[in-house]
Write a protein that binds this ligand. Structure first.
Ligand code: IPE
Ligand code: IPE
Ligand code: MG
Length: 247
């Protein structure tokens, strides 16, 4: 099937509303070429840019969450961590105008506090400047961990409970969900993980309760428009029953 035919087919059928991607495999991509790991991350940033552009151009879905740095990734060599943050900062700086012009709203989910000042300020600035956009909400999970997110919600709820006299039995799923850092985003319909590992690595936990999971061996720098379309086509062939009997 030609690329264009695949795009048309995918666009003619129900699409997910929110897609999440665990962008894994940058290091292995670099290693296979005898390059430093950071070269893999640099190439990975180009892939992210390309995928975001494609999603917006074709209007494929309205929410995209990209896992860029986990709470466990601090355990990597300092040089790699610093390099990743520098790369993220320049990515956001360079893309700010394009985000604004193409209707992208940037949201960074994760603990901002331990991030370098320059990166934190850039995030805040781009978030503020794209606040009114709604064509694509691009959430970047940065210094993010699923367990951190749940714990933070519990702590914030306990604090709120004191001031608004909230009883334990009044905490339902909807209220709890609102306290998560992704509170304003819909649940993820499709999760894609590149790089061949079959695990979640502490990505979103609560939000993935009924997500369709798609794993591909492609390393993130090699992932492209066609690979995304194949994942969407696979999703379109799934039966989502949410615990019910269907058919
Ligand atoms: C994913 O690629 C990017 C980040 C975790 C920041 P990796 O750096 O984990 O690449 P591999 O898994 O070592 O190939
Ligand atoms: C998950 O990849 C985190 C990101 C893609 C940001 P990792 O490479 O850190 O995960 P593990 O170590 O394979 O579980
Ligand atoms: Mg990895």
């Amino acid at each position: 099937m030609s690329w264009e035919a695949l795009l048309e087919e995918v666009k003619s059928r129900p699409l997910p509303r929110h897609v999440g991607i665990i962008m894994d495999g940058n290091g292995r991509w670099a290693k296979a070429r005898g390059l430093p790991r950071l070269e893999g991350h640099r190439q990975g940033a180009l892939t992210a840019e390309r995928i975001v552009r494609f999603v917006v151009k074709e209007g494929l879905f309205s929410y995209l969450t990209l896992f860029a740095f986990s709470t466990e990734n601090w355990a990597r060599p300092k040089r790699e961590v610093d390099g990743l943050f520098a790369l993220l900062e320049s990515f956001l700086r360079e893309k700010a105008e394009e985000f604004i012009d193409s209707g992208i709203r940037l949201l960074v989910v994760g603990d901002h506090r331990p991030l370098p000042d320059g990166l934190r300020e850039t995030i805040e600035e781009v978030e503020r400047r794209t606040e009114g956009n709604d064509r694509l909400t691009l959430a970047i999970a940065l210094n993010f961990g699923g367990r951190w997110a749940i714990l933070r919600a519990v702590r914030d709820l306990l604090r709120a409970a004191r001031s608004i006299a909230l009883g334990p039995d009044e905490v339902g799923e909807d209220l709890f969900r609102a306290y998560l850092p992704t509170g304003e985003l819909p649940d993820i319909d499709l999760l894609i993980r590149t790089g061949g590992r079959l695990r979640l690595s502490n990505f979103l936990l609560w939000e993935l309760a009924y997500t369709e999971l798609y794993f591909t061996d492609a390393l993130w720098p090699d992932f492209d428009e066609e690979a995304l379309l194949l994942a969407l086509k696979d999703f379109q062939g799934r039966e989502r029953s949410f615990g019910k009997v269907v058919g």
